[in-house]
Structures are given as structure tokens and as C-alpha cells.
Design a protein around this ligand. Structure first.
Ligand code: GLC
Length: 570
């Protein structure tokens, strides 16, 4: 595996700093807390951290509205605390990738404060200003995309909330300032960046209006109440149409190339992963992003063998077209998505499905990204009351549908709890003590803690239970490290019409590994004699009590929901 780069071998783990570990006991996660948990992460077996924004922010969008790109949010600690965290991570061979928000800043960033102060200040053109709203564009979070500023008697554009004004990336000074910030952290030794929402950086220069006959709140409501297949299809079309002129526009490739050049000024294989599923953003494979996420794998309520195979064949075919062969990147969970335990569960076999899906991400070709808490089976937590909601897009939606559409507050809260991202951002469960060991007793954590931490969904209890999900993740991560084919092997799907199970080979020069994921509640009798020919199966991992492998014939009995991984040996 020596020719591979570290980011191709690594398993990434996303830390959402506000919710990970509260080191100073104020109810908010911080660097002291994260640093104290690095041994936990090393022991889990991950190799790299993606840290969600840790910069000063008024937190309208929970850190994705940055008011200073070269500092640390005071509630998370100091720059010294960050440096300690970085040093301690590197000491444990854990790389650190930061979040880079290019599209917008906070409206409290000094750049915007200056820009909005007059029409002729030095930063007057750093954001996207117009005299009157030129179209009906919506912000994807809170209604109109154009907000009025009396000081300039003008409007500014924001793809996200009004507290997140879009930068004007056509202005070279903006680039210069942002690349300086990028260099600041690279100079401190960070290993790369996850690029936030790159598709939103440029807008249609003709400012073409959208054609959807409703605004954002109405479309959300329509999506929730859509019943018939026709209505459901229509709402999908409307979502695409509403934002198509504000998304994926020309200019991003050039920008990614420039950023890649900045990254390349530094030694040590610094890397970029884009929050986009468009493989085009990998350029020729060597001149834009190193990775983009395979979101289409995750964009379903039910992971099925048919869905996985189709996804893999499409993604791999496209990656293979790049001039320099592209590398995949799989994930099922992050701070914007319903947690994998809840999202892909069927309410009957959630635990089994969570194990299958973990195995899937860790055995498919490509770099896996895990999200903090999924290793202990954290679930979505639906907040009962609007006063608890921190995700501004949630509270905006609640108030809009209650006051403007007359929706019953109870129903509105039900919908809001489901749509707000608070549900998948609640504090990490470290133990079964009060506040899940996240914060001391008597301190109110920034978001309510999911009470199911008392029922075994916590690190401490699971560390002591050999059959826990946590130990399952650890075991799988070890197996992955020890099996080169699971990292560098080609992907060869087997039994391609099977609907109940997903079987595939990972085949490298040195090793061939068979993976079988039984997505059904049936015991299956499978026959791999054709694939094995003169080879025999040597079990590396199984989630069931491995009853039968007929090594000689390749006949395999697979238990319901079993994960089976075996090496093919001569
Ligand atoms: C990305 C982030 C999301 C944030 C948005 C605006 O999608 O993942 O959390 O709200 O960008 O920055």
C-alpha cells in the first residue's frame, strides 16, 4: 500500500466540536474535551479527523457562519488549545482536516461590516450587492435570498441565511484574503480541508429567476404533505428548479484549481475533500479536489443491494474516466443528515442494519468518513419544544408555517423536529452518568441530550460489552487495517441480481477478499464455488456466529443480516 497517499488509506471521523466533549464543563464541547478524547479515537482505530468549523461565529448556522477565519471560537478555547490538539493528534498518527467555508462569511465578519457600511468603502465589492432584488431567488434556509441594508440602500445576496452573506468571488481581493486564511492553518500543520458547499460559490450571471410557483416555505410544506407519486415527483423537480440558477454554476473549477495550487505549496500531501457529489470537481484527477463525497449512496431511506450495486457501477465508471484515476469517498452520516441508525433503520432491525451499513462504508472501495456518535449507535433525537431548537432553519420554518400558513403548532413542531438538524447534532454520550458524561451534572448542555444514553447507547457501557456496536466498529477497523485488499483492491460485484444480499470481491495483487452483506432476515444458502475455483475461504470477520463455511466447495450459509468477510487463499 506504499504507493497510496495517506488520505486514500485513512478512515476519517467527523467531529462536531460543539457536541463532542465538554472539557471545561460549560455545556459546550471544546478543544480541551476533544484532546482528552484522542486516545479514545486512536483506540477506535480511525486515522484522520474532519473537524467541523471551530472558528469564532455568532452561531446562526452553528459555526458555518464564520466571523474570523484565523482564530478559535472562545467557547472552544484558544489558538494555543488548537495547537495542542493538533500536536496531540499528530502524535497519535491522526491527521486533522479543517472545514473551509468559501461561499459566505458571517454578517458579523469585519469584511461584511465594512462592506455594508457604505457603497464606496474598500470592501464595498467584497459581497454580492444589487440596487433592487433582480429575481425571486430563495435562500435555501430562510426565504428571500436578497436582504436590504439601509446604510447602502441596497440588497445583498445570500444562498444560505441572511446572516451568511455570499462573498463576491469575482473580486481578486476576496480570493487573496481567503487564501491567506487557508495558508494560516496549513502553516500550523493541518492536513487539509473539507470544502463547504462549493456548488453555491457562483450564481447564474444572468440572474435568471426560478420557475417554481411557490416560495421556500411553501415548497417545504408541499414536500411534507405530498401524498401521491405525482406530487412526490413534482416536489423533487421543484427543489431542483428552485436552486438550479444558484448552484453548480461556471467558475468553481477555476477556483478549485487555484485552491489546489495553494495546497500544493505545502509538503506532506495536504488534501481537499469537497462537499459535493459531482466528480467533475476532481478535475483531471490531479488538479482540483482529491475527493468528493459519494452522497448518492446515502441519498435514500433504505440501503439495498440493488441500490448499492447501481451506485457503485455509476460512480466507479465515472471515476475511471478521469485522466488520473480517481478515488472514491463514501459516507452515510454527517451533521446535516439524519443519523444512520435512524435513517436506514426499518424500526424492527435497526441494530442489524446499522452494523451492515457500517460494514458497507468500511469495505466499499474508497475513503470512508464516519460521523461522531455513529459508532455507539446514536439515533436522531426529536426535540419536543420550539424553545430548544438551535438550528435557525428549524425555528424559521416553525414560525413561518405557524404564523403565515396557520399550521397547528403541535404539527408544526413535529415537522420541525424532523427537519431540523439538531436531531443529529445532540451531545456525544460518553457514559451512563447524568448528562451522558458530556458535561458535569447541574450544567445544561447547549442542546438537550438524547435520554437513550441511559439504555446502553454510551461509550462507557459499550467499551465493557464485547458484543457492543462500539466493539464491532473497532473490530472492523482492525480488519480493514490488516487487509490490504480492503483498501486498495478493485471492486468486483458478484451475484449481481441478488436482491437480498450484496456480495463483492476486493482484489489486489496481494490479496482477494470476499464480502457478503445479508440485508435480509433470511438465512441464505449461497454458492461461491465459481468465484473460488481453486481457492478456499479463510474467515476474517463475521457478525454472526459463523456456523458454516464449506471451505472446499465455497458453499456458504449466511445468517440473517450477517456481515461476512473472508480472504480467498490458495
Ligand atoms: C454545508 C454545511 C451545513 C451548513 C451549510 C452552510 O452544507 O454542511 O451545515 O449549514 O453548508 O454553510
Amino acid at each position: 500500500m506504499t504507493s497510496l497517499k495517506w488520505w486514500q488509506i485513512a478512515v476519517f471521523y467527523q467531529i462536531y466540536p460543539r457536541s463532542f466533549a465538554d472539557g471545561n464543563g460549560d455545556g459546550i464541547g471544546d478543544f480541551k474535551g476533544i484532546t482528552e478524547k484522542l486516545d479514545y479515537l486512536a483506540n477506535l482505530g480511525i486515522d484522520a479527523i474532519w473537524l467541523s468549523p471551530h472558528f469564532p461565529s455568532p452561531n446562526w448556522d452553528c459555526g458555518y457562519d464564520i466571523s474570523d477565519y484565523v482564530n478559535v471560537a472562545p467557547e472552544y478555547g484558544t489558538l494555543e488549545d488548537f495547537k495542542t490538539f493538533l500536536k496531540e493528534s499528530h502524535k497519535r498518527n491522526i491527521r486533522v482536516v479543517l472545514d473551509l467555508v468559501l461561499n459566505h462569511t458571517s454578517d458579523e465578519h469585519a469584511w461584511f461590516v465594512e462592506s455594508k457600511s457604505s457603497r464606496d468603502n474598500p470592501k464595498a465589492d467584497w459581497y454580492v450587492w444589487v440596487d433592487t432584488p433582480p429575481n425571486n431567488w430563495q435562500s435555501c434556509f430562510d426565504g428571500d435570498a436578497w436582504t436590504y441594508v439601509p446604510e447602502r440602500n441596497q440588497y445583498y445576496y445570500h444562498y444560505f441565511m441572511k446572516q451568511q452573506p455570499d462573498l463576491n468571488w469575482h473580486n481578486p481581493e476576496v480570493k487573496q484574503a481567503m487564501w491567506d486564511a487557508v495558508r494560516f492553518w496549513l502553516g500550523l500543520g493541518v492536513d487539509g480541508y473539507r470544502l463547504d458547499a462549493i456548488g453555491t460559490v457562483f450564481e447564474d450571471p444572468n440572474l435568471t429567476p426560478h420557475t417554481v410557483p411557490m416560495n421556500l416555505a411553501e415548497l417545504r410544506r408541499f414536500s411534507e404533505t405530498a401524498q401521491t407519486d405525482e406530487e412526490k415527483k413534482l416536489k423533487d423537480q421543484y427543489w431542483l428548479d428552485m436552486f438550479k440558477n444558484q448552484y453548480g454554476q461556471a467558475g468553481v473549477h477555476e477556483l478549485m484549481k487555484e485552491l489546489r495550487a495553494v495546497i500544493n505549496e505545502y509538503d506532506g500531501d495536504r488534501m481537499l475533500v469537497g462537499e459535493d457529489d459531482n466528480i467533475d470537481y476532481m478535475g483531471n484527477g490531479n488538479d482540483e479536489l482529491h475527493l468528493v463525497f459519494n452522497f448518492p449512496l446515502a441519498n435514500t431511506n433504505r440501503i439495498t443491494p440493488v441500490h448499492i450495486r447501481q451506485n457503485q457501477s455509476e460512480r466507479i465508471a465515472r471515476l475511471n474516466q478521469l485522466a488520473v484515476e480517481g478515488w472514491a469517498c463514501n459516507t452515510l452520516g454527517n451533521h446535516d443528515r439524519s443519523r444512520i441508525y435512524t435513517n436506514y433503520g426499518d424500526k424492527l432491525h435497526d441494530a442489524e442494519l446499522a452494523r451492515l451499513n457500517a460494514a458497507l462504508v468500511l469495505t466499499l472501495p474508497g475513503t470512508p468518513f464516519l460521523y461522531n456518535g455513529e459508532e455507539i449507535g446514536m439515533t436522531d433525537y426529536f426535540l419536543p419544544h420550539i424553545s430548544q431548537v438551535k438550528d435557525t432553519m428549524g425555528s424559521w420554518y416553525y414560525h413561518t408555517i405557524v404564523t403565515e400558513m396557520g399550521v397547528d403548532p403541535e404539527e408544526a413542531m413535529f415537522r420541525t423536529a424532523e427537519m431540523t438538524r439538531d436531531k443529529n447534532r445532540t451531545p456525544m454520550h460518553w457514559s451512563n452518568k447524568s448528562n451522558a458524561g458530556f458535561s458535569p451534572e447541574n450544567v445544561e448542555p447547549w442542546l438537550p441530550i438524547n435520554p437513550n444514553y441511559k439504555a446502553g447507547i454510551n461509550v462507557h457501557d459499550q467499551e465493557h460489552n464485547p458484543d457492543s456496536l462500539l466493539n464491532y466498529y473497532k473490530h472492523l477497523l482492525k480488519i480493514r487495517k490488516a487487509a490490504p485488499a480492503l483498501v486498495e483492491g478493485d471492486y468486483i460485484p458478484l451475484h449481481e441480481t441478488a436482491e437480498e444480499y450484496f456480495a463483492f470481491l476486493r482484489k489486489s495483487e496481494k490479496q482477494s477478499v470476499l464480502i457478503v452483506l445479508n440485508y435480509s432476515e433470511k438465512r441464505l444458502e449461497l454458492n461461491f464455488s465459481k468465484e473460488l475455483t481453486d481457492k478456499k475461504l479463510h474467515t476474517l470477520f463475521t457478525s454472526g456466529v459463523r456456523s458454516q463455511v464449506d471451505r472446499a466447495t465455497g458453499k456458504l450459509t449466511i445468517a440473517p443480516f450477517e456481515v461476512f468477510i473472508a480472504e480467498l487463499k490458495g
